[in-house]
Design a protein around this ligand. Sequence first.
Ligand SMILES: [Fe+2]
Length: 233
Amino acid sequence: MATKTAKKSTGSSSRSGNSRSGSSRGNGGPTSRSGNSGRSNSGPSSSSRSKGGSSRSKSGGEPGSLMQKFFLDELKDIYWAEKALMKALKKMSKEATTEELKEAFMTHMQQTEGQITRLEQVFEILGARAQGKKCEAMSGLIEEAESVIEDTQDDTLTRDVALIISAQKAEHYEIAAYGGLSTLAKTMGQSEIAELLVQTLEEEKETDALLTSIAENNINMEATQEGGEEEEE
Ligand SMILES: [Fe+2]
């Protein structure tokens, strides 16, 4: 049976919210690049710009170009991913143990709503219909988060540790997608689109850093001391 020792508010330490300093955001993952001037973002595109000449005009951002088709496809992918993640975040918030994590998920859910709106603006700028296309990666990550919920017990900090890791996997996917797409938009001369995507990129990085700081603020440590009496399955 369960060892429900660590309930929602162990109170002992700083689990209540303002521990999210933000200063410690380098831990783990793509966030570590955040100090850079912005161009470091993994996009494949920045080097291709030197060709520039007329013979390559169909590889740029012109309507109907191969690049724009690719770009649109990627937008559809992340559009689908955001919508799917919205639903998942709601569930993750419900299943989280600590108030701090519940709140973080709810906040990011609201942010995600804004991110979806931004993507719709991007579609509009491109004169395309906002449309999703199933993102297998996000679908898999959400499935993983669901199985983590099944595999951990209610009201444990282990549940929160697991959810944080699941959420960070999803954030890192999004960081990669928005990093690449914003770089590409710049290359295509679509500065307005690039700006919208960078705004979202920054939010994803902040969320990732926040999750890291929640984990560092005792959840991980306390979770390691969580009882082992329960039966193994
Ligand atoms: Fe997002």
